[in-house]
Design a protein around this ligand. Structure first.
Ligand code: ADP
Length: 483
């Protein structure tokens, strides 16, 4: 890993503007999933340092919220600029610890910066209202104020964007933020912290704590000072965190698991539908919570879609993310490979057929062949569980009512996609799908302008967009007697 600015490889945690180690010197290794090589060590902070971060966050927030929105926006713009200037270094760090192809890492850095720019602008538009009072002698006013000290626990699949999508609205609203990045990808997070510091964001406003997620997470959840927790990760861990936040009645934003259906109707533009499946399914080797997990194709076009899909999948290039031309990096770890293999074996044992791929890649390690499985049905694990790997399981359906029922038959409700040229069906199916986000004739839907989030057990709240900042604001009602 060659960095233009070697100072961005940070191997200490950022607490109150200081780069620190764990009190007992404990560290954890960061590994390159493409090579298995240890690339860095970061501190495994204990309860003591986490509590120190909470105290610093409280002190910093008092001053940060007293700034004008325009002043906060200025700091944030400087941070976004610094991130974009360091785009290449951040991409190198990200690919080294996460595995995604460099082109995807560069794209994620730009996406991450876009949340900061967006919310810096939104900071200036936080407003309140004056209500019509029922009494002539009263004036009723609603103002918005920052929630206070916030914490974020983030996953490894988007090491930069999942942090800025939470930290940027928090900072814009006048909150401070403590980030606990995933154990697999702390280096991108620490580099973002360094760039925030370089941009002049005051000490303690944004802190990055590394270490054991369960231990640090428990301290953050238990603290009455932390007023909000924002988490992106599995539904399973989301439930634990929600329970841990109950005693202190914390505000919660949860972006949890998905099990996205992608539906191709007979009347779709088939080439566009196949391009949509490719974009949604194989991005980040299938490791995003909005990746298509279940492909439903209508009878009349089933074989045509299968043929075109297999042709496209066979063009993908598996390899190290740093190698030019790579489109599919490694999976994050060996458990990820195990899960993919179990899902394929389960489907095959129940009558599905692997059409291409289906096994670990000859490159070894955690590389896996891009895979298409046909004749999948609802008795198979593909139907109910998130596979989180480069496998497209293709189901067959006959009617619109049937496929809507199958698509909704899950505890999850994050993203769904469908392809049809029929304008009435576009509205009808969009409204019938029980999902927070729906892509119509497209497999890519995420951007900073749109509200990202799910329904059912996919989570609570929305991130990004003009709605995202509300999650970090409290309403206060003033009743003024003027008699
Ligand atoms: P994934 O399958 O994406 O790894 P997880 O939900 O396991 O999803 O992890 C998402 C984030 O939650 C990571 O930062 C991980 O370290 C953290 N995490 C996992 N278990 C806990 C826990 N018990 N308490 C707090 N954070 C946790």
């Amino acid at each position: 890993m060659k960095l233009n600015n070697p100072g961005l490889l940070c191997q200490q945690a950022l607490v109150n503007g200081q780069w620190c180690n764990a009190q007992d010197g404990k560290t954890e290794a960061v590994t390159n999933p493409a090579t298995g090589e240890v690339i860095a060590h970061v501190p495994q902070l204990s309860t003591t340092e986490t509590e120190r971060a909470i105290t610093a966050s409280q002190q910093a927030q008092a001053e940060w919220k007293a700034l004008t929105a325009k002043q906060r926006a200025g700091y944030m713009q400087a941070w976004a600029t610094a991130i974009l200037e360091a785009q290449e270094d951040l991409a190198q760090l990200m690919t080294a610890e996460q595995g995604k192809p460099l082109a995807e890492s560069r794209g994620e850095v730009a996406y991450a910066a876009s949340f900061i720019t967006w919310f810096a602008e939104e900071a200036k538009r936080v407003d309140g209202s004056v209500l019509q009072a029922p009494q002539a002698t009263q004036r009723l006013v609603v103002i918005k104020q920052p929630v206070g000290v916030c914490a974020a626990i983030t996953p490894w699949n988007f090491p930069a964007a999942m942090i800025t999508r939470k930290a940027a609205p928090a900072l814009a609203a006048g909150c401070s933020m403590i980030v606990k990045p995933a154990e697999q990808t702390p280096l991108t997070a620490l580099a973002l912290g360094k760039l925030a510091q370089d941009a002049g964001i005051p000490d303690g406003v944004l802190q990055i704590v590394t270490g054991d997620a369960a231990q640090v997470g428990k301290v953050l959840c238990d603290s009455p000072v932390v007023r909000k927790l924002s988490f992106t990760g599995s539904t399973e861990v989301g439930r634990i965190l929600m329970a841990q936040c109950a005693p202190t009645i914390k505000k919660l934003s949860l972006e949890l698991g998905g099990n996205a259906p992608i539906i191709v109707f007979d009347d779709a533009d088939i080439d566009n539908a196949v391009a949509g499946i490719m974009a949604s399914k194989f991005r980040n080797s299938g490791q995003t919570c909005v990746c298509a997990n279940r492909v439903y194709v209508q009878d009349g076009v089933y074989d045509q879609v299968m043929d075109k899909l297999v042709q496209q999948v066979e063009k993908l290039t598996v390899g190290e993310g740093t190698k030019p031309g790579t489109t599919q990096g490694p999976l994050i770890d060996s458990q990820a490979i195990d899960k993919v293999q179990q899902h394929i074996a389960d489907a095959v044992s129940k009558g599905a057929q692997v059409v291409t791929g289906g096994k670990p890649h000859v490159l070894g390690g955690t590389f896996f062949e891009p895979t298409v499985v046909r004749d999948v049905n609802k008795t198979m694990r593909f139907a109910t569980e998130e596979t989180f790997g480069p496998v497209a399981p293709v189901f067959r359906f006959t009617t619109e009512a049937e496929v809507v029922q199958m698509a909704n038959d899950t505890i999850f409700g994050l993203a769904a996609y469908f392809f049809t040229r029929d304008a009435s069906r576009q509205w009808r199916v969009s409204e019938a799908l029980e999902y927070g986000m729906v892509g119509v004739n497209t497999g890519l839907i995420s951007n900073e302008v749109a509200p990202f989030g799910g329904v059912k057990q996919s989570g609570l709240g929305r991130e990004g967009s003009r709605y995202g900042i509300e999650e970090y604001l409290e309403l206060k009602y003033l009743c003024i007697d003027v008699s």
